[in-house]
Design a protein around this ligand. Structure first.
Ligand code: GRF
Length: 205
């Protein structure tokens, strides 16, 4: 019997990371299926990308809910209706509450455009340039209750040039995001990622 590893992807915008997961993993002999894409913004490019690949989409507009718990319960209803194995935050620009994190931990991962623990939160590339670091990069991590503070699964370093702008640095980092996020999903689907306290051990073979 073939066991399918079922993934839900949460997005807020253009969804280039979503596209990289679709292109590299979705079905394609990987036993990985993106069951649904959930966006907190309507009419974003990421939703179109999902629809173009015949993936179920949902818009749960956070502005329509007075309490974050009600908003998150709506998302939980969608996810739990589909026996999801992994929730991927791919450019999802809203913080999730401790209620949501406790409910799923450690089944949520996030991609962040810096070498954490440096430059968590918004505008990570700008933060890196302002600080003057010579190397930045991207991180895939488990999501815990803090801001970009969960156990680190994989990172990739990117050299920062003296003439880099936010735009040029973001583009180079994004290229690597598109590689490491699918790599981590694949490893998780093969049960090769072990979490011991906050240390992540990857069984590469
Ligand atoms: C990426 O840089 C991601 O790391 C950050 O937001 C950006 C989203 O890009 N959280 P996209 O929507 O996947 O194109």
């Amino acid at each position: 019997m073939i066991i399918i590893f079922k993934v839900a992807v949460l997005i807020s915008g253009k969804g280039s990371n979503l596209q990289s997961i679709i292109d590299r993993l979705h079905i394609k002999n990987n036993n990985i299926e993106i069951k649904c894409v959930i966006s907190n913004n309507k009419d974003v490019l990421g939703l179109k990308r999902a629809k173009d690949s015949d993936i179920c989409t949902y818009t749960v507009n956070d502005c329509n809910y007075k309490k974050s718990k009600e908003y998150e319960k709506e998302i939980i209803n969608i996810i739990d209706g589909q026996s999801i194995d992994l929730i991927v935050l791919a450019g999802y620009m809203r913080l999730l509450s401790p209620y949501f994190i406790d409910y799923y931990y450690p089944k949520i991962i996030n991609i962040h455009p810096s070498l954490l623990p440096s430059f968590p939160g918004l505008n990570a590339q700008q933060q890196a340039l302002d600080y003057g670091v010579k190397v930045s990069g991207c991180t895939v991590h488990f999501v815990d209750k803090g801001v970009d503070s969960g156990p680190i699964i994989k990172q990739k370093a990117v050299v920062v040039d003296s003439n880099d702008t936010v735009n040029s640095l973001s583009k180079r980092i994004l290229k690597d995001e598109h590689k490491i996020l699918p790599e981590v999903i694949k490893l998780l689907s093969l049960n090769k990622v072990k979490l011991k306290n906050r240390t992540v051990i990857i069984e590469e073979r």
